[in-house]
Design a protein around this ligand. Sequence first.
Ligand code: KG4
Ligand code: ZN
Length: 336
Amino acid sequence: MLILSIETSCDETSVAILSSKHSVLATTTASSSDLFIKTGGVVPEVAAREQLKYIIPVIEKTCKDANVSIKNIDYFAVTIGPGLIGSLFVGVNAVKTLSAIYNKKVICVNHLLGHIYSVQINKFLGKKINSNKITYPSLALVVSGGHTDLVLVKSPKNIKYLGGTIDDAAGECFDKVARILGLSKYLGGKEVSQLASQYSKSCNIDLPRPLLNKDNFNFSFSGLKTAVLYASKKVDSKELAFCFEEAVIDVLLSKTKKAYSKYKPKQVILCGGVSANTKLRQSFASEFGNKLLVPPIYLCTDNASMIGSYAFEILDKAVDFKDVKANPNLSLTNIS
Ligand code: KG4
Ligand code: ZN
């Protein structure tokens, strides 16, 4: 069975063709992120216009690379939210059109569930990369630019929301700190981490760990960001980047450990753009050992492969093209 999936929730135009939930035959991603370095943040209208330019060539290239004729696709899958409305419309309308032309059903995917199921991709472009299988219940921490959510995955269609950020997401905080430290004006998580790795002593800057000892699974990162802003005027930026990264990881790991002891899941899934962070991966790996599932780095940030992988889990929810609607406010709070 073949699924062609599309992801256009932010500034990427990504298309993938999967032959099973574990196997990606081909994928192409075009990004307009370079355009937003100047503006210091994504301009939704500009992102959507770029996606309109890219969507057809990206679909065509993916079919060609997979050696698949589009009429042989069994289902089309698409991210319907959360995300930027204009960007979501590009993917949603492309899929509606394909579905109408080829008379195939559409699987509507929540982007955040896509991140979670990115860990089960075992074969990528013909190469075996893993042998992961999600066993239930699994505890998942989704850490991305827009979300920091802790959920208990009881089955693909039954997700219990445990907590999430009450202000900034962890990735957003990394990005703002990158800007404070003069590293990158847009999506600077990786740069912060690279700067932090140049500091080899222990941290002597006292940064807050918001909500660390609260008896819930919520996160808050805006106070930490402000503390970094004040400290940046006084201390060395390598040490500051190091201490900041340590504080974020400390909070993410402590809350995940707390949820792990309470719910005793079979596995822990770490996913979303921030899960590309080397130190975060290392800390989770040393805590959870072989119970930990993380995607390879190239599947951490937004991509269509993860959307296709989750689509395989909900084939029975496929709908006619006229029932496909973008929903920019989708979350992980009410899935059962
Ligand atoms: O999942 P994603 O691609 O987009 C959203 O759905 O939001 O996540 C993007 C986020 C950005 O905030 C980016 O700075 C962060 O992931 N990120 C990182 C690293 N690589 C990407 N943060 C920390 N360390 C990294 N190595
Ligand atoms: Zn994402």
